[in-house]
Design a protein around this ligand. Structure first.
Ligand code: ATP
Length: 651
């Protein structure tokens, strides 16, 4: 509440006045100062214009026009296609907060996806930015898309989230004080300054939404698309978020939100409305012109009825399907602009091109590459962020280390002294396979379970140009390595000593190398699965796909007894190389005769007998290491390519 009041109360005109001059200069000021109905006590009046984000640089406003937009999705193999948007048209004016409204399934999110450039497959029609055909690379530099679910780093505090975003999105030449000022300015304006030290996961719904907006405001986007920013919020948080969007819009941005069914007072905060029903446009124009519009169409809004509710009722077909057709025809599926205030003075595409000449784009085009900062900077910031998260991550770090300690002690206790006793060689063989299973399952399942949530953040941040996939991938790999090494080392020491494996540094080093490579391979496999599938499918597929690996490991059926037509399986099973590597480490290197203190009959007193029985060559260690390393590199590359495919496939 306090924050919301602050958003409205802490107001100055420093930034706004720049934007106003700019707008007035092109003769469109009448559109930029919509009158807000006085019945809404929470809505800011023109005299209550919000304080500007003074440190954020200004650029020319963005006028968006879209013509004949269609969006077709495939319904699956042999099931045909479905058109969601049917040649809709529209105009989104700068300095306005625009609501895209309509009943559920009307195509609001799809239209927003198309307009933001998030959806590219199956899309037809044209989108013009300031009178020119949209250049996606340029448009992405001036816009951002905030999706419905807040994809935030829950383990980091508000200030850490902001600082890392600033390091990724602001020029590296700015020092930490300059970046700090930008952050302070945004947090103060968004009423988040008091919550600077609260972790993302502990913020309320409204605060999370505002943090999502704050993160994208860092590089001052001129166009903001927000998918259902009010969903799941109580009425006061809704008002805060929408008023915040209005303030930002009036500073010179074009802000487009999808909303479900706003209250009358919330509805009045929007400057313009775009109403959709079943992929057709029913209305576009100034918010206050909606009531005269439906009245003119012969379906007047009853007195005391919320116009937003009423138009949704019409769009849902409650007043007859013929009314939908009537309104679509009346607004010419979005081509008619006469319900905008001052529509006579709306600049044409040609005048917009003149107003914003191509040469003005030069600076923007040259300003940076695909992302705001260099790859080296992205990597270093992401590595810093990764270590900070890892330090606090109860699952990926703390639980992982704990599991390794506990399982190490359990296996060590179960197989105590099995490593140096001739009569317990088969027990020890079982132990080595159990260790292999542990190194396969725990990193793979952890990755499958946790990566999908990371994936949604990656999708958002990558789309909004925070960093490249390459930088992200390198950082993930680097951050995970020390944790993998530490947990694997602690497990290896515990189990190796407790089970009395030969205390020779070379053998331990071989044992540890195979363990670590198995962990890294299993984790890469988990990454491949986690990148493509959701948690449910991944949890099923990961272990299921691992079963053939176990079959071909040479444990149940020895490699010698494998049918020739299945022998290929042993070449692709990384567990085979793991098991062979362990056997080489423990029983290779000409290991001497084993002690046989506990049994009268000691079949495997001589390790060579055992090696012959399990059909494993103890001189294959380097081949096993090379094979595991090759599989690791192949899986890592495959996981990267799958991630890259996924990033484009979802669009
Ligand atoms: N990939 C898809 N495959 C099949 N149908 C789809 C796909 N994406 C969207 N649709 C359908 O398109 C229609 C519009 O979806 P969209 O999510 O844009 O609606 P919406 O207006 O945002 O709805 P809501 O308010 O409930 O989020 C819905 O009927 C939806 O089922």
């Amino acid at each position: 509440m306090l924050a919301g009041v602050q958003i409205v109360e802490n107001q100055s005109v420093s930034y706004k006045s720049e934007g106003t001059e700019n707008m007035e200069g092109d003769g469109r000021s009448s559109l930029s100062t919509p009158s807000i109905p006085s019945h809404s006590s929470k809505c800011p009046t023109p005299s209550q214009e919000p304080r500007g984000l003074s440190r954020v640089p200004n650029r020319e406003p963005v006028d968006i026009q879209f013509n004949n937009i269609t969006c077709t999705v495939s319904l699956g193999i042999n099931k045909g296609t479905k058109e969601i948007l049917h040649s809709v048209n529209g105009r989104l004016r700068p300095k306005q907060l625009i609501a895209i409204m309509g009943p559920s399934g009307a195509g609001k999110s799809t239209l927003l996806d198309v307009l933001s450039g998030y959806r590219i497959s199956g899309v037809g029609g044209s989108i013009f930015i300031n009178g020119r055909d949209r250049n996606m690379k340029r448009f992405k530099k001036m816009s951002c898309y905030i999706q419905q679910d807040d994809r935030l780093q829950g383990l980091l505090t508000v200030s850490e989230n902001m600082a890392l975003a600033a390091d990724l999105k602001l020029p590296t030449k700015l020092d930490k004080y300059e970046k700090g000022e930008v952050i302070e300015d945004i947090l103060t304006n968004l009423g988040l300054y008091e919550h600077m030290h609260t972790r993302g996961a502990q913020l309320s719904g409204g605060q999370r939404k505002r943090l999502s907006i704050a993160l994208e405001l860092i590089n001052n986007p001129l166009v903001m698309f927000l998918d259902e920013p009010t969903t799941g919020l109580d009425s006061s948080s809704c008002t805060q978020v929408v008023q915040l969007c209005q303030s930002l819009a009036h500073q010179g941005r074009t802000i487009v939100c999808t909303v479900h069914q706003p209250s009358a007072s919330l509805f009045a905060v929007f400057d313009a409305v775009y109403v959709l029903a079943s992929g057709h446009c029913l209305y576009q124009g100034t918010t206050k012109n909606l009531v005269p519009y439906v009245e003119e169409a012969g379906i007047p809004c009853p007195i005391y009825h919320n116009p937003a509710d009423y138009v949704i009722e019409i769009a849902s077909g409650e007043y007859g399907e013929d009314k939908l057709e009537l309104l679509t025809t009346k607004i010419d599926n979005g081509k008619a602009l006469n319900w905008y205030d001052g529509h006579e003075t709306l600049p044409t595409m040609e005048s917009l091109r003149k107003l914003y000449p191509l040469s003005a784009m030069k600076e923007l085009d040259e300003s940076s590459g695909s992302e705001e900062t260099s790859q080296a900077n992205q990597r270093s910031v992401l590595i810093r962020r990764g270590f900070l998260k890892a330090k606090r991550d109860a699952t990926m770090t703390h639980l992982r280390i704990m599991v390794n300690v506990v399982v190490g002690i359990m296996l060590g206790t179960l197989f105590i002294n099995a490593g140096n006793e001739g009569s317990r060689v088969l027990d020890n063989y079982n132990l080595l396979f159990a260790i292999l299973m542990h190194h396969m399952m725990s990193p793979m399942m952890l990755t499958i379970l946790t990566f999908p949530s990371e994936m949604s953040i990656l999708l958002k941040e990558h789309f909004n140009r925070w960093y490249s996939l390459g930088s992200y991938y390198v950082s993930v790999t680097i951050v995970d390595l020390p944790i993998s090494i530490f947990s694997c080392a602690i497990f290896s020491v515990i189990v190796y000593i407790m089970s009395s494996q030969p205390l020779e540094i070379t053998r331990f080093a071989m044992f540890f190398t195979i363990s670590l490579l198995t962990v890294l391979v299993a984790q890469s496999f988990g990454l491949m699965v986690g990148a493509v599938f959701n948690v449910v499918n991944g949890t099923f597929l990961g272990p299921t796909l691992s079963v053939p690996m176990m079959m071909f490991a040479g444990f149940g059926v020895t490699l010698r007894d494998l049918p020739p037509y299945l022998y290929w399986g042993s070449y692709v099973s990384y567990l085979r190389y793991g098991l062979e590597g362990y056997i080489s480490a423990i029983y290779g290197l000409n290991r001497q005769t084993l002690a046989c203190d506990e049994a009268e009959y000691c079949h495997y007193k001589h390790p060579k007998v055992f090696l012959k029985d399990v059909a494993m060559d103890p001189n294959m260690f380097w081949w096993d290491t090379a094979a595991l390393t090759t599989i690791l590199l192949v899986l890592r590359t495959a996981a990267f390519l799958l991630l890259r495919w996924k990033l484009s496939a979802v669009r």
